[in-house]
Design a protein around this ligand. Sequence first.
Ligand SMILES: [Ca+2]
Ligand SMILES: [Ca+2]
Length: 246
Amino acid sequence: MAHEKKPFVNLFCLRACFLNPADDAASAEASPYTDFDFDNITYWVGEGENQAALVIDWRDGKEPESLVWGYRWDGEATGADMFAAIVGSGTATGGPYVGGLYGDDARLYGKLVWWESFGGAYTVSGIGYDLDNDGFGYEAGEYPGEDGAPSDEGDHYVEGWYSGYWSYWVSDSGSDWAYSGYGISARVLSDGSWDGWSFSGTAGYGDGSAPITPVAAQSAVPIPGAVWLFGSGLMGIIGIRRKMKS
Ligand SMILES: [Ca+2]
Ligand SMILES: [Ca+2]
């Protein structure tokens, strides 16, 4: 993990020190937390002069319960655009991302439900995460969207609408978290804004509490090339020994 931090520090210094010091400082300080801001985020998706954060708080007793990603863009982007850019796999029943989610982080899984009746808008019904970094699988339960579970007990996954609820929280210009009843399709991101999702197994629609201070999400750790080489070399040796024995 530690070796991944260095390029980020160098990139940040390039941006902060040479390109646009005033803008970057103002955006970096905008946060609904007193002890966590954009400088603490390590997993960034997208390119552009604006930045926003996505916090997901599972509240399932598996640590860390709350994680954060960063998103950069130019022009206009919605909460749905940020969600789709970051979440690596999952389903979307309709709307602009119909068919599935193909964002950057393969460890993140999401289920979006498209509601045509409200003029067309997404609702988040479930979010999962490969917490132990060995793959993620979703298992549908008896009641679709209400009691699905991760196939790996080491991973995050919770879902619900009537029984359990993902509440949506927003922060702009460093304001405190505010509950949003509008969902991610109508949410227009601003530079320095934060979007947060927080699950409650007991809350119903329109209820819940703001996401706790997150931990910076990390990219999946690939098996280093040297280990692969060593592994395949070992297989070769075993193969030769078997051949010699027979
Ligand atoms: Ca896993
Ligand atoms: Ca596992």
